[in-house]
Design a protein around this ligand. Sequence first.
Ligand SMILES: Cc1cc2nc3c(=O)[nH]c(=O)nc-3n(C[C@H](O)[C@H](O)[C@H](O)COP(=O)(O)O)c2cc1C
Length: 348
Amino acid sequence: MVERSGEGMSMSRRKLRHIDACLHGAVEYETVTTGFERYVLPYNALTQTSLGAIDLSTTFLGAELRAPVLVGAMTGGAELSRTINRNLAEAAQKLGIGMMLGSQRIMLDDSPTGTAAAASFEVRELAPDILLIGNIGLAQLSDAVLPKLSVALDRIGADALAVHTNPLQEAMQDNGDTDFRGTVARLHRLAAEIPYPVLVKEVGHGIGAAAAERLRGLPIAAVDVAGAGGTSWARVEQLVRYGQVRYPAVAEWGVPTAQALQEARSTLPGMPLVASGGIRTGMDAAKALAMGADVVALARPLLAPAIDSPAAALDVLHGFVEELRVCLHGCGVPDLAALRAVGVQQLS
Ligand SMILES: Cc1cc2nc3c(=O)[nH]c(=O)nc-3n(C[C@H](O)[C@H](O)[C@H](O)COP(=O)(O)O)c2cc1C
């Protein structure tokens, strides 16, 4: 059971409600799937690879990764968020993968609350070498936010900024930001001015053809399709607001991740792409990479282990990476470029 919200919930309290809902509520899509189950990775019984020699390394946003995996954007702002972020950062450092932080909106607040919240994003001392990506909502971008955002990214030692676009989530949220007019122009200005590479992401309802078309020509560095099939934020917000899913059709709405990936790839051919939203196994990751993603990200499956300990977070992420390695071996390819060349087969 998810506890219901009242009006005017504080930002850090809302973060805790989100975490509670994601830990204990039925927050995943019920009828919509990622679509990866409709594809198979071709199996090759005469592979000429050695499992231990499979090379998963790649470069993303100018950083070297030992595997094409990012910890998905989750949290910040509350004391529990600090534990989550630090445990995930420690695991990411050990594995040589990247990490996206949750929204830094709370850090932009000049009050003592904002200053205190900053500590929950400070992970650099534990993870000096990882690709670290800060986060802000598209709906919260304003001219006043821009300079503060740069300071917030400097302060945590980020390498890049993810801007999440989430109209469905905000529409379901109690007191959400529901005016998205002018946001593409503001995104354009931000990406042109801020001295950080900007990645644009959804939160689990997908960046498909129509949204990708709006991103064409913008000075952004990458897109995370964050498609449907995993955590539904229109569902999370309804559970937090009403204690139940009042609008099930909206909770089940979005561009499935495999479709979003294909649409974004054909609309933005040269754009570095992250596949996320319902990526749960190394096999999901292998299919997404074979279909043209540069890296994958996963969020909710990491939440409970990240609350537990750095070792628990490492265990889940290590298993995920090792399954991905087995997939390349079984497919007969030594590295990610060869995996992309092999591609996937669609089931009839
Ligand atoms: C507890 C939690 C908090 C999240 N907070 C943020 C956030 O602050 N910013 C953001 O861009 N995405 C946020 N997300 C969305 C994820 O980054 C991701 O896009 C979405 O959950 C779909 O991925 P999944 O199916 O692997 O969970 C959050 C996800 C979870 C589970």
